[in-house]
Design a protein around this ligand. Structure first.
Ligand SMILES: *Cc1c(COP(=O)(O)O)cnc(C)c1O
Length: 394
């Protein structure tokens, strides 16, 4: 049986040609294509600086380190996200907590954030960094979160792993108007891909310099950065701090640069698919994803909510029957704090009630630029059969 995945890359002959050219060139890493890709993403997103990294998880780690996150500090994020949004704090020895979601957008709720900040201020345990996640590609309420950051003194890293190509209030996600940094992922299920890969964007040149150094072992070869050493010794580089090898290769960057040219077309295709789903699923007992008027989503995911109704199939039954039909629906996401690793840190059920309801009701149905009309019709038909047994049987 043919299987339909929930997400998949779309690779053209031009993409393949771009990678082959790098293979025949002088540099497989640390050549001219990574900076070209960085400049193209920065320009597309209207940010001053963009730094390519080996994946978004590495990007989140570097972003946290650059903002000075360390032991004793606190990072807050959304519970409805991939674990990487929270793990970045643990890598730095910091603590994590979670702010409940807005049940309409599935994004961190700015009202819940403010409530939690008021309590945290009282006990002198304010977060150093807040990581809003643009869930499914729909931007968070960044204006409100930014206003709170000024009042309570935290930094903001946008986890925009889902959201390259999205717009907030008419401006591209990634311009960091309401944040300190933005991180994109180029994993194959995301909007554009480099295989593995990510990018950190910012407008602050000091951040950009630190990110650059941390990406490559904490080493600099810039005379201005280096400490004085005896003139009769060769000091052509210095390790100034402890960094990592989180670099992107030239092959990945070539693929990314080529994919970036199709970004707007990919997002346009995702919108067209979403519109078909919105219309074809409207009469079924489920909720299609609501869109805030401030947002132009990149539609990384298309989650449907199946509220518990009497005699109706449960979320789990829909999930299983779609899987059995070869349609690889998914769940984005299990609340991070319910994961065994986080439960061991002391988090308990009930911590974020909206996130837990979402977890019990939602499944992601296939959404990717290469999804064909035939496959989409098949998905709609299977959902209809699963969710309207009464109609069909009578
Ligand atoms: C995919 C994803 C990541 C991690 O991206 P990688 O590039 O695979 O490291 C982080 N956060 C979110 C929300 C994601 O969806």
């Amino acid at each position: 049986m043919k299987k339909i995945p929930y997400g998949k890359q779309l690779i053209s002959d031009t993409d393949i040609q771009a990678v082959v050219e790098v293979l025949r060139s002088d540099f497989l890493t640390q050549g001219p294509v990574v900076p070209a890709f960085e400049a193209a993403v920065a320009s597309h997103c209207q940010a001053r600086h963009a730094l390519a990294v080996s994946n978004a998880t590495a990007g989140l780690h570097l972003a946290c380190l650059t903002l000075g996150l360390g032991p004793g500090d606190l990072l807050w994020t959304s519970p409805i996200t991939f674990v990487a949004s929270a793990n970045c704090a643990l890598y730095c020895g910091a603590d994590v907590d979670f702010v409940d979601i807005d049940p309409r957008t599935f994004n961190m709720c700015a009202v819940e954030l403010e409530k939690k900040l008021i309590q945290a201020k009282r006990i002198c345990r304010l977060p150093k960094i807040v990581v809003p996640v643009h869930m499914c590609g729909q931007p968070c309420d960044m204006q409100a979160i930014h206003a709170l950051s000024l009042k309570y003194g935290f930094k903001i890293i946008e986890d925009a792993s889902h959201a390259i190509g999205a717009r907030y209030q008419g401006e591209p996600v990634g311009n960091c108007r309401y944040s300190d940094m933005t991180v994109f992922s180029f994993h194959p299920v995301k909007i554009i891909t480099t295989g593995e890969g990510g990018m950190v964007l910012c407008n602050n040149p000091v951040y950009a310099n630190t990110l650059h150094r941390l990406r490559s072992h904490g080493i600099s070869n810039q005379p201005a950065d280096m400490q004085p050493r005896p003139a009769d010794e060769i000091w052509n580089y210095q390790q100034l701090q402890l960094g990592f090898n989180y670099r992107m290769t030239e092959l990945q960057a070539a693929l990314g640069l080529s994919q970036l040219k199709q970004l707007d077309a990919f997002v346009g295709k995702r919108h067209a698919l979403a519109q078909v789903y919105d219309q074809s699923l409207a009469s079924l007992p489920l909720l299609t994803p609501w869109q805030h008027p401030d947002s132009y989503s990149s539609y990384h995911l298309y989650p449907i909510r199946i509220p518990a109704i009497e005699d109706g199939p449960t979320q789990q039954q829909v999930y299983q029957s779609m899987q059995a039909a070869g349609i690889q629906v998914n769940l984005h996401y299990i609340p991070v704090y319910l994961q065994p690793h986080y439960a061991r840190l002391g988090f308990q059920r009930g911590h974020c009630p909206h996130a837990e309801t979402y977890f019990k009701q939602t499944i992601s149905i296939p959404m990717y630029a290469g999804l064909t009309t035939t496959d989409q019709a098949h998905i709609v038909q299977q959902l209809t059969i699963t969710l309207q047994p009464l109609v069909l049987h009578h």
